[in-house]
Design a protein. Structure first.
Lengths: 261, 385
């Protein structure tokens, strides 16, 4: 079984600051980690490999320092890693990201299952997984909480839905996103860490992927972040005076004026 | 302080710390309360290759020495000394094999020990043989097909949980300690059963149990080294393992120091945090000094052991005695700083104080080790006289 795991390196905190000039995250001084949801994807891929054989390839798109996330994945049991890094990839939204990942997966040629985390903790969109499936034109299942059965060309999974679970069957290849209920990710091993330090990691840019600049990064994005801001929290309280009837009338007037009724 | 570790040593230390914080910390109070053997954590340690650290590379280990072992033990003990001793005892239980075993014996046992599939234990103590370790009564009579073991071992760490035991028994009763030999006994050998499981003051997640041998036939090929050298092998083993107990003490004391510092920073009395009060500052500073001095001595002793030095009795005894006395004092003071809260089981320091006491007792009481140090002093004096 050839398994591909897509992951993202994210800031290891939820208290990020935003540069008001560029509307981008200030990454200086913040430790980067593998997106926590993606660690379940890596673990599931490695478990499938340990059970049935095959290999796990991890892919990430990001700046050169994202290589650290790939090396960590290798210390956790992944076999191969590809870094998608190119100035042309900058400013990508989920669509451009999914497109770039899809080109990389096609270049890998032979895969049975792609596993992604359900969403990232920085962007929180949860869109890259399904978009990737769409671009590869393969089936997609989200929020998988258990892989019930997997064999040549066939996958049976349990997925979480709002009020319970669904059991779904699909053909392979396919893309799934996994929920944290699926496993408990392992810690790295000493031998894994040693291996990861010397592992060869390929870096692919637009040339290696044979894609046009207009398809990736900011030009290839359908959406663009215009502004990022923290919502202003304004707490105001007012005690209405008068008897109950007056208070009700005043309240209704206020609500009407505020356009709330 | 920077002790100038190499990359591999730093990797070992950092990963051990991560396991301690992510896997042990959330369950340590429960493990202590229920006195349950920490099998889940043993599995985590195994998966992280921690049992490979002290095994030579040719037997699927990572080829680390006493210092690497100390780094793991210290980090585990910083969070839970009971887990730390479980791990350390598995190193102790195979050190005689690593030092005196034949290639065949090592090939048979070490790979499963390195992978963490099998835990080990070392068994010398008996009801009549504590500090007087030469006074053991367990016999290993040479018979056709091997050695017939009879006797009882007491207070054996990892007893009942380990698969591989190194026992010291008399192959020649008439010679006393000079007739003792080291023999490997596997769990499930007929005639080998487990007696009382001890209820302890501290390190309660670790298993401490009696081993009972009744006409237990062990194959001849399980004898380690030459017959009659068991007592000397055991004494040599402890000389090399004692820095590990020192590391356990350093980790434990470090954990207590951190807990007391956190508390002193948060706790406000008379409108000021405790840590701003000179009387508390003095206590914390003394604790810090003790911990760092103990750490420096333990690392030095461990490095001395790893250097291949012939006689390390004095140095390793010093490291164990100093560090364990420091751990006792530091944990008592940590409870004192945390006051009424520190005495309660909701806070970790009372457990640390209970855990510390054994460090002054096992692998040679601090009294018997001071005696050993004094003997060396007299020998040196005699040589220079």
């Amino acid at each position: 079984m050839n398994i591909v795991v897509c992951l993202k390196q994210v800031p290891g905190t939820t208290e990020v600051k935003i540069d008001p000039q560029t509307n981008t995250l200030i990454r200086q001084g913040i430790e980067n980690i593998i997106n926590p949801f993606d660690t379940y994807a890596i673990e599931e891929g490695v478990r499938l490999k340990e059970k049935d054989g095959g290999k796990v390839t991890v892919i990430t798109m990001g700046p050169s320092q994202a290589e650290a996330a790939l090396r960590e994945s290798i210390s956790l049991g992944a076999d191969e890693a590809v870094l998608l890094s190119d100035n042309a990839f900058r400013g990508a939204d989920t669509r451009a990201t999914a497109f770039t990942l899809s080109c990389a997966v096609k270049k890998l040629d032979n895969y049975d299952l792609i596993i992604c985390g359900r969403q990232t903790i920085d962007g929180d969109t949860g869109q890259v997984g399904p978009e990737l499936a769409e671009m590869l034109d393969v089936p997609f299942v989200a929020y998988v909480s258990r892989i019930e059965d997997i064999k040549d060309g066939y996958l049976r999974v349990k997925r979480m839905v709002e009020e319970g679970h669904e059991i779904l069957e699909t053909t392979l290849p396919a893309v799934i996103t996994v929920a944290k209920e699926i496993n408990v990710p392992r810690l790295p091993s000493l031998r894994g860490i040693t291996k990861s330090k010397s592992a060869k990691i390929d870096t692919w840019g637009i040339q290696e992927l044979s894609v046009d600049e207009s398809m990736v990064g900011l030009p290839g994005s359908s959406t663009q972040v215009i502004k990022i801001f923290f919502p202003q929290r304004v707490h105001q309280a007012e005690i209405l005076e008068g008897n109950v009837e007056n208070q009700v009338d005043t309240l209704i007037d206020r609500l009407k004026n505020a356009g709330l009724c | 302080m920077d002790y100038f570790f190499d990359e591999q040593q730093k990797t070992i230390r950092d990963l051990a710390r991560r396991i301690a914080e992510e896997r042990i910390l959330p369950v340590r109070a429960e493990l202590d309360e229920k006195e349950e053997f920490p099998w889940d954590i043993v599995k985590d340690l195994a998966a992280a290759d921690m049992f490979r650290v002290f095994v030579p590379e040719e037997y699927e280990g990572l080829g680390g020495g006493c210092l690497e072992l100390c780094l793991v033990v210290e980090e585990l003990s910083r969070v839970c000394s009971g887990v730390a001793v479980t791990y350390a005892a598995s190193a102790l239980g195979c050190m005689t094999l690593m030092e005196y075993g034949t290639d065949e014996q090592k090939k048979k046992f070490l790979p499963d020990i390195a992978s963490g599939k099998k835990l080990t234990a070392f068994a010398i103590t008996e009801p009549t043989a504590g500090s007087d370790a030469g006074n053991i009564k367990t016999t290993a009579e040479k018979v056709e097909g091997g050695y017939l073991l009879n006797g009882t071992k007491q207070f054996i760490t990892n007893g009942g949980e380990a698969e591989i035991y190194t026992a010291i028994a008399l192959t020649d009763k008439s010679k006393g300690a000079r007739g003792a030999s080291a023999i490997i006994v596997e769990k499930d050998t007929p005639g080998f059963t487990f007696g009382k499981k001890e209820k302890k003051l501290g390190i309660r997640t670790s298993a401490t149990r009696e081993l009972v041998f009744k006409n237990c036939l062990v194959p001849e090929e399980n004898l380690l080294g030459k017959p009659g050298l068991g007592f000397i092998q055991a004494m040599r083993l402890f000389d090399r393992s004692r820095p590990g107990i020192g590391a356990q003490a350093v980790g434990l004391a470090q954990g207590a120091l951190e807990a007391a510092t956190d508390y002193a920073q948060q706790r406000v009395q008379f409108d000021q945090p405790l840590i701003t009060m000179p009387v508390v500052q003095n206590m914390l500073a003394d604790m810090d000094i003790q911990v760092e001095a103990a750490r420096a001595l333990v690392y030095s002793a461990a490095r001395y052991v790893d250097s291949g030095a012939k006689n390390v009795t004095e140095e390793s005894a010093m490291a164990k005695v100093f560090a364990s006395d420091a751990a006792m004092k530091v944990t008592v003071d940590a409870v004192q700083i945390c006051g009424g809260s520190g005495y309660m089981r909701d806070y970790p320091v009372e457990k640390m104080m209970r855990d510390a006491k054994i460090l002054q007792i096992y692998e040679g009481t601090n009294q018997i080790l001071r005696h050993a140090i004094a003997i060396n002093l007299r020998k040196r004096k005699a040589r220079t006289a």
